[in-house]
Write a protein that binds this ligand. Sequence first.
Ligand code: C2O
Ligand code: CU
Length: 498
Amino acid sequence: IAAGATAIAGCSAVIPEAAGRELTSDLPLPERFVVPLPIPPVATPNEAGRYMLTQRESDVEILPGTRTRVWGYDGVFPGPTFDVRRGEPIIVDVRNELPAPTSTHLHGGVNPSDSDGYPTDVIVADGHDFDPGAGSHMATDADQWRLHRGGREYEYPVEQPAAMLWYHDHRMDFTAPQVWRGLCGMFIVRDDDEDRLELPSGDHELPLLLCDRAFNADGSFKYPSVDDSLLAEPGVTGDYHQGVEGDVLLVNGAPWPTTSVDNGSYRLRLLNASNARRFELALDDGGRFTQIGSDQGLLAAPQVLETITIAPGERFDVIVDFSGHDVGDRVVLRNLLGTGAAAEVMRFSVDRAKGTRYRVPKRLSEPPAIAVEDSVGDRKFAFALTNHEHGQMWTINGKPFDPADSLATVKIDTVERWMFSSDFHHPVHVHLGHFQVLNRNGKPPAPEDAGWKDTVDLRPYEFVEVAVRFSGHRGRYMMHCHNLEHEDMAMMANFDVV
Ligand code: C2O
Ligand code: CU
């Protein structure tokens, strides 16, 4: 508590439009639109049909001519992209060779509770000591921890509609620095429903993991931790309790990349994997995004958006069309919430003619409806800074996270109405359960709220009501703020599905 408390004591009364505070890199920023857009490798199962994933350190070139040490799944950042089909369960054998415990969560996955990547259910590398609770300000009792030596299996039934999920570290107190070091990757689920649409595919389907980082003069990632090792003492220094942003924008781990396209249609699968940064994306040619899917898969009908506001944890599945362009044209994906270099994200370079234009069908899918009149319970969750005996903390309903406590018990396969309220920018994420936004501040949902969601972007002093349903598994799950610094400073809660 002490670390979080000192940090939060410096909180300013002015609520900024930015969700975090931007760190400045100690080396010159790279030139924009030079590095080619990388596409992460695709994860492949071994002969036994299992996926093996090893978390390890490696030195990679993120900034041209500079080496950066990352913590990567298989040593790459972002980690390998899973590409799996609904109805085909998988087992992922995750090994940990890092000098710190890890827990891997599949964000948006409908998975058994013991494969959900609970923060205190950790893998400790062989040869590394781990003292449960040492340095933790939330879980201090040894019996709140479960330790796996060297590695463990996660079981993913993949019994859910086609969507882009993602996986990332979820270690108690240290999620933010460990994701910042590179522990995140994409996870695509496909199904027959989606195949029928014959969406742009192959090199016309671009998974785009957006995030930001800052760098020290020696090329290493810069993070304002209270503890230089990022291993022993949780928490960020003074001003960064709001959330940490970096001044370098990365797409698939490359700074302000460029990619070559033809003058046809592309499917962009956008994920905001930043610790705290929100983006408002726009195309500088005035082109629109035709949104076809949200966090949990296809929308019933497409919607055309001029800009997309995307908070940490959210995904948008969109079609963009370069057919109005001549060879040689350049289109920049801008970030209207960023200033300076952070106002631009990446560039598309139209290099080839004869692209294929995709006509988006008027009906995309028949997503299951949610009948809010069947709601069996109303609950309220207030995401707010709260005073505690040890100082101020980010809390839910006034309570800092306690692994031994549960804020709700819900019945499987029933619908509930949950109201989230916030005092700051809080992207609220619910594990296991999927929801539909019913209203925002008592008014109709924002365009970005469309479809089945698992994360919803709350701005300062907003309230959002959702209809949520938990299916598939019973057990203990959690909800939390997806600003990873807030999450590490106790803005999490358990609930139980019975
Ligand atoms: Cu993406 Cu519990 O998080
Ligand atoms: Cu928050």
